[in-house]
Design a protein around this ligand. Structure first.
Ligand code: COA
Length: 425
């Protein structure tokens, strides 16, 4: 059986993290993703944060599975011709260059002239407005999208999160935009532009905080710990530590071993429907009828006391023991798992969430498989390409160039003077 996006060809000008996340997803769903890279260096991440000398970094390999790589100097005259031929043979162009670069390389009007069916998808740091010309990386987006000001503890600095919501988050948004534009093309026969700003992507993921900003006008945010602590609210949403962002209060609590293990913690949610069971488990059955604790509204000013008492119980159990007990009573909770615990969890390999990949120069490594599972289009992870590994095959099989045309292109230096061949060997 074919893959969901079989027959869709992507001209992939993405680099670093945001764009490659998007095209990797499309490749997992079966699109033919042709990654165009600058001769010699390629995607800058190939050489960044290297753990093994002279080998593509994990940064690169883990974001570029299932793609083909062609090296092409788009500033070379012959290279420009190859680029235009690629535009004619592809369905989607994806890029996350700095603002203005694509217009200088190949303007939208020219792309439409070459291929009116082409979808052109772009990630930029900001949308139109005062910051539209700015270059942006992950943490800039987290700061400008409202995440940093609402992450961390009230009395500490704003914090960025380890989840790459600016880069990978925006890549996910863009992938949805692309398949949606392809779906519309089925009806109209026309391509269109798809744009995602990283600031917008982060803000979309922080919409509960914009909700809280508006609630502030009508009184304190009672589910925030600072309400129970009697600390007045200012005019902007404060940082809420590990408070739950929803209507069911939650916190991170210590478990047995916390003194030496930085991850001996559990997230504990005092979900209202299971409150009575929580009281029984932690040895506080009297709270079930105590007017100070029986109802959710009564508990809000006393969350420190509530969670302090629950923590006295969780500290007597390891996070896994606590999980086992709490799950018997349907009490929502989750262990704080370290990356070491995650990479060693064999059950994640059975579902394809983690995958072991063989790579010709680095050997075996572990990556994250597709988090989106399609029953008729399972994603099989194929190692990332070496720099320029598929240059010849793309010129010949996709563009239909003859041997003499290929020699002419090679002779012009557009492919980087054979650098791709060396890299591929
Ligand atoms: N052949 C020849 N030139 C090439 C090329 C190729 N195959 N691929 C890229 N280039 C050139 C471009 O044409 C451009 O040249 P120009 O400025 O003379 O027109 C140049 O490379 C720079 O590309 P750019 O994307 O601007 O790289 P950068 O290192 O200056 O900036 C970012 C990096 C990430 C800051 C920037 O791309 C950006 O802001 N992207 C949008 C937001 C984003 O995705 N950020 C997150 C990244 S994870």
């Amino acid at each position: 059986m074919g893959k969901a996006l079989e027959g869709v060809r992507i001209l992939d000008f993405t680099h670093v993290q945001s764009g490659p996340t998007c095209t990797q997803l499309l490749a997992w769903f079966g699109a033919d993703v042709i990654k165009v890279e600058r001769p010699g260096t390629g995607d800058i991440t190939r050489g960044q944060l290297r753990d093994v000398p002279n080998v593509d970094s994990l940064y690169f390999t883990m974001l570029n599975h299932n793609k083909r790589s062609i090296t092409l100097d788009t500033k070379n005259q012959k290279g420009k011709e190859v680029l235009e031929a690629l535009v004619k043979h592809c369905d989607v162009l994806v890029e996350n260059f700095a603002p203005g670069v694509l217009d200088r390389m190949l303007p939208w009007e020219k792309i439409q002239e070459l291929n009116p069916r082409m979808v052109v998808a772009s990630i930029k740091g900001f949308g139109p407005g005062p910051y539209e010309d700015c270059k942006v990386y992950e943490n800039v987006a987290q700061c400008a999208g409202g995440s940093a000001s609402t992450t961390g503890f009230r009395d500490g600095l704003p914090l960025v999160t380890g989840a790459q919501i600016g880069d990978s988050g925006t890549g996910l948004h863009l992938a949805l935009g692309i398949v949606t534009a392809l779906f519309q093309r089925e009806k109209t026969g026309k391509g269109q532009r798809v744009t995602c700003a990283m600031q917008d992507g982060v803000l979309n993921l922080c919409r509960v905080k914009l909700r809280d900003q508006q609630r502030l006008a009508h009184g304190p945010l009672k589910e925030y710990s600072q309400f129970g602590e009697g600390i007045p609210f200012g005019d902007a949403v404060p940082r809420a530590g590990n408070d739950s962002g929803g209507g069911q209060p939650g916190r991170i609590l210590k478990c047995k071993g916390w003194e030496t293990d930085p991850n001996a913690y559990i997230y504990f949610i005092t979900q209202a429907p299971v409150w009575e069971k929580i009281c029984d488990v932690i040895g506080k059955p009297e709270w079930k009828s105590d007017p100070n604790f029986a109802k959710p509204e009564a508990r809000l000013p006393r969350l420190n006391e509530v969670f302090g008492t629950i923590e006295e119980w969780t500290m007597t159990k390891t996070k896994f023991e606590a999980m086992e007990i709490l799950n018997q009573y349907d009490i929502p909770c989750g262990p704080i798992l370290s990356m070491k615990e995650i990479i060693e969890d064999r059950s994640l390999y059975e579902t394809g969430t983690l995958v072991e990949v063989d790579h010709p120069t680095r050997g075996q490594y572990v990556t994250v498989g597709s988090p989106i599972k399609l029953s008729d289009s399972p994603a099989e992870v194929v190692r990332s390409p070496l720099l320029g590994e598929h240059t010849q095959e793309i010129l010949r099989d996709v563009l239909g160039f003859s041997e003499s045309q290929m020699e002419e292109i090679e002779g012009s230096g557009a492919l980087g003077g054979g650098a791709h061949r060396i890299a591929a060997e």
